[in-house]
Every structure is written in C-alpha cells, then in structure tokens.
Design a protein around this ligand. Structure first.
Ligand SMILES: Nc1ncnc2c1ncn2[C@@H]1O[C@H](COP(=O)(O)OP(=O)(O)OP(=O)(O)O)[C@@H](O)[C@H]1O
Ligand SMILES: [Mg+2]
Length: 426
C-alpha cells in the first residue's frame, strides 16, 4: 500500500474518531452521510448508534468512555431490529399506542420476543425525562402534530406572519423533530446526546413550499446551536442535493459512500466516490481521508404501522402562500467550534440514582467513587482499539475501486427470498 493511501486512512481514522468520541472540548458534531441506494448508509448509521461514546461531561479529566444516549428517528420501515435489543427502547406517542402494529415484510405481526421495551410519551418534556441514558431511544413522532404557540410566536418574530403560514395548527408531524431539537438546545443538561436521521430529506427537503421553507430556515439555526450543547446530529440521504442547501453548510463532517458525487466545495474530487466498494467511504472536514465499516448481521426489517394513517388521502401540508422571501443558498459556512456561553445556561447536573440503567447490560454498569453511575465498556470489549479495527484499510484485493465495475448487483439480502421465520413472523 502506498504511503499516500496509508495517509488517507490515517486521516480517515482521525476524522471518524472525532465523530464517534465526544468530549466537552469538542462538544457535539454535525455529520451528513451521502451514498446511493444500497451503499450502506443505514448499516453505517446502525454501527454509529452502537459505537458512539462520550466522556463524562461533568468530570473535567474523565478518561472513561460511556455509551452515549442515542435518539434514532423511528421510520415506517425500520432496521432497529438489527441492534442489540437490550440497548433499544421504543417511544410511541400515547395517542398512537392503541393503533400501532409491528409487522414484517410479509405483513405478518412480529413475534413479541423481537420487540424491545416500549414506552409512551405525551410531550417533548415527558419524552426527554424518560429517555434511557446510554441507550438507543427509537422515537416515533406523533401521527398528528400541532405546532405549539411558542414556536408559532418564535417564527412570527422573524417577521413572518403566522396567520398566512399556518392556515391550520396541524402541521407535518416531522416538525416535531425541529421542536425537539429546539427544546433540547434550551433545556438539556450537559449530557451528550446523538440524534440520527436516516432518509433526512424527509425532514430537510430541498426547496420546500410555504411554511416548510421557513421552518427549514429555523431548523438551520437550531442545528447551528446543537453542538455547543453537546448534541450530535447525524443525517443520511442519497445525495447532498436532496438536502436543503441552507442546512448543508451547517454539517461539519461529510461522508461520501458508493455512488454519490461531492459538491464543488468539497476537498474530495466530485466523482471519486462513484466507484467506491461497499463499506468504504470518504470523510472530510478540515482534511479528507478514507475509512470503512463492515456489514452487520441482518435481521428482519420491521414495518411500523399506524392503521389510522391509512385514509388513502394526501397528508401533505396545505400549500402555503407563494414565497416572496429570497432563497438562502447557505453560503454562511459554519464550522466554528467555539462553545458560546449562550443564554441557555446548562442546568446543574442531576444527582444520579444508584441502580441499573434500563436497556444496558448490568455487568457494564457500576458506581464510581463520587457515587455516579458509569458504564464501563471494558467488559464489553468496546474499546478505541476495536474502533480502530473497524477502520483499518481493507485487505488489498485484485479489483481496485477505480476499475469500471459498474453498479454492485449483489442481491440486497433484505429483499432476497426468505422464509417466514427469517422475517420474524410466528
Ligand atoms: N460494509 C458492507 N459490506 C458488505 N455489505 C454491506 C455493507 N454495508 C451494508 N451492506 C449490505 O448492503 C445492503 C444495503 O445496505 P443498507 O440498507 O445499509 O444501504 P442503504 O444505503 O441504507 O440503502 P437505501 O438507500 O436503499 O436505504 C444490506 O444488505 C447490507 O447488509
Ligand atoms: Mg437505508
């Protein structure tokens, strides 16, 4: 392997480590992952959800890595069944609990043994207080969502008249996520949280109409503040052009997988990712490098259904008035790590109760000298060394990624012919 390639992997590892290890100095990070269909985006997101760790934000010289609290946006067809069930908790809005159904791809009800713990929430505050610290919290947004008067007022303050924008209080439920992020920025303690949005174009679509255009503008400002509050945001989409151009500059790290092209501002040449092998990716921030991830054991995919949704209608937002606001092309690059002392001073650390943390194997939870619950990952063999293993360059094969190999025609196992049991059915 040439020294240039080795250097690329060294840089790749450095950048990847910044994404998966968080401390008070770096705060949170914002990451965009792009790659064509089947390039492995969801697999990599699942890997990140499992691997991301942080140093205790309340102890200056902490050397122990804890599992970070993960928020995973639940999707109608989802892959949280691929994660360690002991770390996963599902959150469903109380109004939706009676109707929710979990099925496999054959539309059979999933065996209960496959499902993790399910919790309900009624508000963002109640959701936050019942998040499992160090767990993977899979949250389903409410099926009907009414924008709160506070948010309406806040948007109106920006000179936009709410009356025109919000003809009805009911807005696209994905706006719940904007409000959740905003709430976390204002109310969360210093604890590290990572928010993961797969198929993020559902949240930040390019050129949305009416109210959504303004809400994306608001989301852009919220995203800017996340990392100062120890919140990491990781989003994935097929192409960078699928994401609102105002959001893109707010992403500090960009990851390019097989089959995508890079923007003109990228350090990675535009077509370089097109021919990458599955599992290899370019990563860039202040420099660029290469890194890799492995396939993970596939499990049945889960279809999460809320039958009340199935009214055959169109649940799009009513069309807003024509936009007279000039588009913001997002040239305000924001890669500033300064951790402002903003007006949202963190609340003092909550005193931790002794006991186990739900969703975490008890053998890795212990109480340290100061009486604080810590997760000791050494027992799980989840050390930095293991992460290094995941990011070592692949063994040299005869075929180089630059050869004209065409698209990977390997059958996607999730859709290959399977037995009922493979789908988790009874
Ligand atoms: N590093 C890897 N090596 C080999 N196979 C992989 C790797 N990563 C993912 N796969 C497999 O490739 C298939 C597609 O992966 P995945 O669903 O993560 O892609 P995706 O980019 O999310 O696709 P889509 O855009 O359709 O959502 C899966 O069967 C997965 O197990
Ligand atoms: Mg996917």
């Amino acid at each position: 392997m040439g020294s240039g390639v080795k250097r690329s992997y060294a840089e790749g590892f450095r950048l990847l480590k910044e994404i998966i290890r968080h401390n008070n100095n770096s705060g949170g990070v914002t990451v965009g992952i792009f790659g064509s269909k089947g390039s492995g985006k969801t697999t990599f997101l699942l890997t990140l959800a499992d691997k991301i760790g942080c140093y205790d934000p309340f102890t200056q010289d902490s050397t122990e890595v804890e599992f970070e609290t993960i928020i995973w946006r639940g999707r109608d067809a989802d892959y949280w069944t691929w994660l360690d069930k002991r770390r996963v908790t599902l959150f469903i809005h109380r109004d939706d609990l009676d109707t929710v159904e979990f099925k496999n791809d054959l539309l059979e009800k999933l065996d209960d043994s496959i499902l993790p713990t399910i919790k309900t929430y009624t508000s963002i505050k109640s959701l936050y207080t019942s998040l499992v610290k160090g767990g993977i919290n899979v949250i389903y947004e409410p099926r009907t969502y009414k924008i709160t008067p506070n948010i309406k007022k806040m948007i109106q303050k920006r000179g936009i008249t709410g009356d025109d924008l919000f003809k009805t209080d009911e807005v696209d439920p994905v706006i719940f996520w904007f409000e959740l992020m905003y709430w976390l920025v204002k109310n969360k303690t210093l604890d590290f949280i990572t928010i993961i949005f797969d198929e993020a174009d559902e949240l930040f679509p390019t050129s949305p109409a009416g109210a959504r255009w303004h809400l994306n503008l608001w989301a852009k400002d919220v995203i800017k503040d996340l990392r100062k509050r120890n919140i990491t945001l990781i989003i994935a989409a097929h192409a960078y052009t699928d994401i609102d151009g105002r959001i893109m500059p707010k992403l500090q790290y960009k990851i390019y997988m097989k089959g995508c092209v890079t923007p003109s501002t990228s350090l990675v040449s535009r077509q370089a990712p097109l021919m990458l092998h599955q599992g290899l990716f370019y990563i860039e921030r202040d420099a660029w490098g290469l890194a890799r991830f492995d396939k993970i054991t596939e499990q049945p995919r889960v279809l999460v259904m809320f039958p009340d949704d199935d009214n055959g209608g169109d649940d799009d937002l009513p069309d807003g008035p024509p936009d007279d606001t000039p588009p913001d092309y997002g040239d305000d690059h924001d890669d500033d790590d300064s951790r402002d002392d903003d007006d949202t001073k963190p609340a003092p650390p909550k005193k931790k109760k002794a006991g186990t943390i739900k969703g975490i194997p008890p053998e890795i939870v212990r109480v340290d000298k100061s009486g604080k619950l810590v997760i000791d990952l050494t027992n799980l063999n989840l050390s930095d060394d293991e992460i290094k293993l995941d990011t070592t360059p692949p063994k040299k094969t005869r075929k180089s990624p630059s050869q004209h190999k065409g698209v990977n025609r390997k059958t996607n196992n999730t859709t290959a012919r399977k037995t009922r049991r493979d789908y988790g059915g009874k």
